[in-house]
Design a protein around this ligand. Structure first.
Ligand SMILES: [Zn+2]
Length: 379
């Protein structure tokens, strides 16, 4: 079975622990959800007719999209079950209890979490697993996860920034952290329409717990399998690296080019596409520095904006540091709205994001200043 690891959180801050134990083999199968709808593409079961209907519409929209984008993909007779907790067996305690969804090959069924972050995106991911033809079998397992994620960003563009930011941040966290440069600027007093940078900071965001993985193991690990003994953070790290590798291959030679590597390996009697061929197609070297440069390059303003959106506190605390020595005078607080932030992923390829006003962060900044404890002027 293959699981979809939730894209969030991007942040270093929280990460729910997964009870990592084996699936209870031979346990009782769960009973199907009460309601069902018959979509064009197949049956969807859920607790309410409304949910079944909604997911059925997504099924009808997404499956043709998957088939159009992925070479050697095919319709299989599958069902979709939407559950509170995606499970195949009663009393299941598995590495999937924290997953947003999984595809159970033997049962020909996709299980989705009703309250998942983005049920359509998860469905798109699982539909790729469910549709791949045999020629894809030589693709290393974790890269299949990267392929599923990549296709889901194409089919669910609204969810793409969040997924991409989450995956790339996980890749960065596991290979030395995500280094951001933040410049705070004010409108220039003597040069109209110009800004003066008044303060700069460099932050390193890291995962919690802090981890470090050997990136090359992405080609050996089966991070998506329930039997994998990777920790949740290691899993996220490999999903992140796999996403990056697949995205780079797709940018260079398309999904067709990735598929051709699989076909060639199969023809040569290899069980897997050799890692060197995948790295070459991705334009990546073997060194960790190559990977870090690729991660920096992949972080566009879209991903940076997503990180700021999900975790405004790091920006707020940076501004609070700047304000620290002067304290939170009412007048200074009024000036905060004039501050602008320029955030870039550090590195030669880093492209920045400009945030024109601190106004949306004002209450976070006030909180951060109060917490960091500078003197607070009256009012
Ligand atoms: Zn998956």
């Amino acid at each position: 079975m293959k699981a979809s690891v939730p894209a969030g959180p991007i942040a270093p801050l929280r990460w729910a622990a997964i009870a990592a134990t084996a699936v209870l083999a031979g346990g009782c199968m769960v009973s199907p959800p009460r309601e069902h709808t018959r979509a064009q593409e197949g049956v969807v079961r859920a607790a309410s007719p409304l949910t079944a209907e909604r997911v059925g519409q997504a099924f009808d929209r997404l499956l043709p999209g998957v088939l159009a984008l992925v070479p050697d993909s095919r319709r299989r007779d599958i069902e979709i079950w939407v559950q509170d907790v995606p499970a195949l067996y009663e009393f299941q305690s598995s590495a999937y209890s924290d997953a947003d969804g999984f595809y159970a090959h033997s049962a020909r069924r996709i299980h989705l979490r009703e309250g998942s972050e983005n049920i359509e995106r998860t469905l798109a991911h699982e539909l790729v697993h469910a549709s791949l033809g045999r020629s894809w079998e030589t693709l290393p397992g974790t890269l299949e996860e990267g392929l599923c994620d990549y296709i889901s960003t194409l089919l669910c563009p609204d969810a793409a920034a969040r997924l991409s930011a989450g995956r790339l941040a996980s890749a960065a966290f596991s290979t030395g952290g995500l280094v951001l440069d933040i410049d705070l600027a004010l409108p220039s007093t003597d040069r109209p329409d110009q800004r003066d940078v008044c303060w700069s900071a460099r932050l390193r965001l890291e995962g919690e717990p802090r981890i470090d993985v050997d990136p090359l193991r992405v080609f050996d690990e089966e991070a998506g399998l329930s039997s994998s003994d990777l920790t949740p953070s290691q899993k996220k790290a490999y999903y992140g690296i796999a996403f990056l590798v697949v995205q780079r291959i797709a940018d260079r030679v398309g999904i067709e080019g990735l598929h051709q590597l699989c076909v060639n390996a199969r023809r040569e009697g290899l069980s897997q596409v050799p890692a060197e061929r995948l790295l070459e197609a991705a334009g990546l070297g073997l060194e960790r520095a190559d990977l870090r440069a690729a991660i920096e390059e992949a972080f566009t303003p879209r991903e940076i904006a997503e990180i700021v959106r999900a975790h405004p506190e790091f920006l707020a605390s940076t501004v609070a540091h700047y304000l620290g020595p002067v304290g939170l005078e009412r007048e200074i607080l009024d000036d905060i709205v004039q501050l602008e932030a320029f955030i870039a992923v550090s590195g030669p390829a880093g492209r920045g994001l400009a945030i024109a006003s601190m106004e949306p962060f004002r209450s976070d900044i006030e909180h951060a200043v109060r917490r960091s404890g500078p003197r607070l002027a009256g009012h």
